[in-house]
Design a protein around this ligand. Structure first.
Ligand code: VAH
Length: 314
């Protein structure tokens, strides 16, 4: 039985649906800071939860009889950079509550890290699983702290904590909120809506990306992995592709030949992007629990454009 925080977010909205299909709807309690009409709130148990309220989190987990905590509620990189103190309090306060509740109720624990956990002094190409992590963003500080806390609760209390350093995630269900990699989602929406996109990330800026179905499968595969095989825990590098805006545009033009890409670089998010790796190495995830992404830039583009045409009624 699973409890999910941030269940209405970009990852949560799809993970809840997938887990309800796999484990039974009633076994997955979705929570988020507010209620909206959505399959996540309509197709299984849902409760309003502010992750800063540890008491209510503990009560909801206990009432549900949860044995697994999926903690997704957080502010993403650009939002965190604009509100660093709020980001520290929410990202770390929420995480500590989720770790403490999981420890008290002996739950298996998952929370995402990010390529944002790396910084300018990290090797940018083929970024190793174990390497220097001195991020220069508040989000990155949150993610490195989160990784260290996850390993601490594992070594100190035996809590079964596991995590993934996600690249930019691309999906058509729920928009990411306030991320740096969001250009790679926006570009597909605008390609359908306007046939053109003005990117806030500059050409030639490489970042790791992955299609959401692969991210969801990676969470489920990691959580079901044989713990005796895990050398690492918080958190595994995972990625499916390394790309920059021109590459996405070229792929879109195979379907919309007149698609135009222009640039209006946002110095804040460009700065964040340039502090992150170009391409990380996911071999530890592949070796320790069989990580195996299935979508490439080409097949992701076909699926994104197809699904968005329907979603946007074009
Ligand atoms: C962000 N989408 O842009 C998130 C993610 C690696 C990127 O952490 O902040």
């Amino acid at each position: 039985k699973v409890i999910v925080t941030g269940a209405l977010g970009q990852i949560g909205s799809e993970l809840v649906t997938a887990m309800r299909k796999q484990y039974g709807a009633d076994n997955v309690l979705a929570t988020d800071i507010r209620h909206i009409d959505h399959p996540v709130t309509q197709e299984g148990p849902f409760e309003v939860l502010d992750v800063m309220d540890g008491e209510r989190m503990a009560a909801l987990a206990k009432g549900h009889g949860a044995d697994t905590m999926i903690h997704l509620a957080a502010l993403l990189s650009a939002t965190a950079e604009a509100n660093p103190l709020l980001a520290w309090n929410l990202n770390m306060g929420g995480l500590m509550n989720a770790l403490e509740v999981s420890k008290e109720q002996n739950m298996q624990f998952f929370t995402p890290s990010s390529i944002g956990a790396f910084g300018p002094s990290t090797p940018k190409d083929g970024t190793p699983q174990d390497t220097i992590q001195r991020p220069t963003t508040m989000y990155g500080v949150n993610k490195v702290s989160g990784e260290l806390l996850g390993d601490y609760y594992f070594h100190k209390f035996g809590l079964d904590t596991r995590g993934l350093r996600f690249p930019g995630l691309i999906s058509y269900e729920v928009l990411p909120g306030g991320g740096t990699t969001d250009y790679a989602v926006d570009i597909y929406y605008k390609a359908i809506e306007e046939g053109a996109y003005t990117s806030f990330i500059n050409k030639g800026t490489y970042m790791d990306m992955m299609y959401m179905p692969d991210a969801i499968q990676a969470i489920i595969d990691l959580m079901e992995a044989d713990p005796t095989k895990l050398v690492h825990r918080n958190s595994f590098n995972v990625t499916a592709m390394s790309m920059e805006p021109e590459m996405v545009a070229a792929e879109i033009r195979k379907h919309i030949p007149t698609f135009e890409l222009s640039y209006h670089v946002d110095p804040i998010r460009q700065g964040i992007a340039e502090s992150w790796p170009n391409s990380i190495d996911a071999s530890a995830a592949k070796q320790e629990w069989g990580f195996n992404p299935t979508y490439s830039l080409e097949t992701m583009t076909v699926d994104m454009l197809e699904k968005l045409k329907v979603k946007l009624g074009k």
